[in-house]
Design a protein around this ligand. Structure first.
Ligand code: MEV
Length: 440
């Protein structure tokens, strides 16, 4: 039963744990022990993690894994990925190795522009506000200089700023649309700071405009915020090879034909498209988390992009042309390799180091390739053995751990299930039988 408390954030970490353990658990010492079990002994490191967020009680582990043997744009990578789903890394690695032998992934950033918006209401004359915007535009840019000067030195900054009339959608609704190049930063904080300055100047500098009378109070700023929809921050990754070559590698006569049909189904049917794209996100999110990127923003942007034609569709596409099988993905990916927690979280720093400290563009190319590799592996299983065979083999250890088996029982089960179907019942009855036979 939930309890209420005022000033929780002001309590010390120890006090917070005590309050949670004593109020929510019958066995309070166990709850405290579990929470503290995940503390790092290195106090400085623990403090760093505590301070990433508010009200931190403990750390939440996820596996930090490596998918080796990726060849992307002729460069070899071992890719750090953070994910709990047991079959994802094996799937990515398998696909990476297969495509390594077939020439690797080609990946290319198409565009790198992000957008932010100031949403405001003005119910006066449209000509007056348009003319005010044209007058104030250069001042708005000038007023952000203290924020943008460093980014400009790196070659980025505000790319464009325009007024959009949305009054047909809602009475008096306009947007100031600002596009940005944030170079190697994901840039949300930078963009939001610029937008807040722009909205202030836009509202407060009406006095200098003489052509029409516009008062500050005529402009109601609703909000100023980055958009996580980034259709102009796009990357495309692809693999291709001769149809016979892939059919032979996969040891399946019509592998390519069936694969193309499976992708087509995800282009046609939304139920399938969502699962298909979820498989792609298994790879993308895992790289995003390992490299300290905001996977929620990425998810939101990518799924919106999947619906850009008015219907939610597959993010990847496959075709056979003149005997060549081609499989590709085009996705918006606003990734950063500086800022945020990228130079704070030791494992993120290590992950970026492993990738040779890439620029944001290179990380976009890597991440898109991993998404495509993941999608390839899932489809490969789906159209051949079915997904459960590989998936449940990888999940076996989780089932065994949930049954609290001993290490020797685990070894026997892994051996036995090499050629048997893995599911909860089969594993449970194998362990029961094994224990009975050991009693005799
Ligand atoms: C499971 O995490 C992902 C898949 O369902 C993706 C797919 O169906 O394409 C296997």
């Amino acid at each position: 039963m939930s309890k209420e408390i005022n000033g929780f954030s002001k309590l010390s970490k120890e006090e917070k744990i005590n309050w949670i353990a004593d109020n929510f658990f019958t066995n309070s010492p166990t709850a405290k022990r579990i929470l503290k079990q995940y503390w790092n002994e290195d106090e400085k490191l623990q403090k760093l993690h505590d301070e990433f967020s508010e009200n931190t009680l403990s750390n939440f582990y996820l596996p930090f894994s490596i998918a080796p043997n990726f060849l992307i744009n002729e460069k070899k990578y071992s890719i750090p990925m953070v994910i709990e789903e047991s079959s994802v890394i094996a799937a990515a690695s398998k696909s990476a190795k297969l495509w390594f032998d077939l020439g690797g992934f080609k990946s290319k950033v198409i565009s790198k522009i992000k957008t932010g918006q100031v949403h405001f209401i003005y119910t006066g004359d449209e000509v007056a506000i348009t003319s005010y915007f044209n007058y104030i535009k250069s001042i708005l840019i000038q007023d952000t200089k203290t924020i943008t000067s460093n980014m400009e030195k790196r070659g980025g900054g505000i790319v464009d700023i325009s007024l959009i009339d949305k009054t047909l959608d809602m009475k008096g609704y306009y947007q100031i649309n600002v596009s940005f190049d944030t170079i190697d930063a994901m840039g949300a904080n930078f963009i939001n700071s610029c937008l807040e300055q722009i909205s202030k100047s836009f509202r407060n500098k009406t006095d200098g405009f003489k052509e029409f009378i516009i008062k500050s109070n005529d402009i109601k700023i609703i909000m100023s915020i980055v958009s996580n929809y980034v259709p102009d921050c796009l990357v495309k990754a692809e693999v291709s090879c001769k149809v016979e070559e892939l059919n032979k590698k996969e040891d399946f006569n019509d592998f390519c034909g069936k694969f193309v049909q499976a992708v087509k189904i995800a282009e046609l049917d939304t139920y399938r498209a969502v699962t298909h794209n979820k498989g792609i996100m298994n790879g993308i999110d895992a790289v995003a988390i390992a490299t300290g990127n905001d996977f929620r923003a990425i998810e939101a942007g990518i799924h919106a992009y999947a619906s850009k034609d008015g219907k939610y569709k597959s993010l990847s596409h496959a075709k056979i042309e003149k005997g060549i099988f081609c499989f590709s993905i085009e996705i918006p990916l606003a990734l950063g390799t500086i800022g945020g927690i990228t130079n704070l979280h030791p494992l993120v720093k290590l992950a970026l180091n492993m990738l040779d400290n890439p620029k944001a563009e290179e990380l976009m190319e890597i991440t898109a390739a991993v998404g495509l590799a993941q999608n390839y592996s899932a489809l490969r299983s789906l159209i051949t053995s079915g997904i459960q065979q590989g998936h449940m083999k990888m999940h076996l250890i989780n089932i065994l751990n949930s049954l609290e088996v001993s290490e020797s029982e685990k070894r026997s089960a892994v051996e036995y299930f090499k050629d048997e179907i893995v599911n909860n019942n089969n594993v449970q009855s194998f362990i029961t039988k094994l224990r009975k036979s050991n009693e005799i």
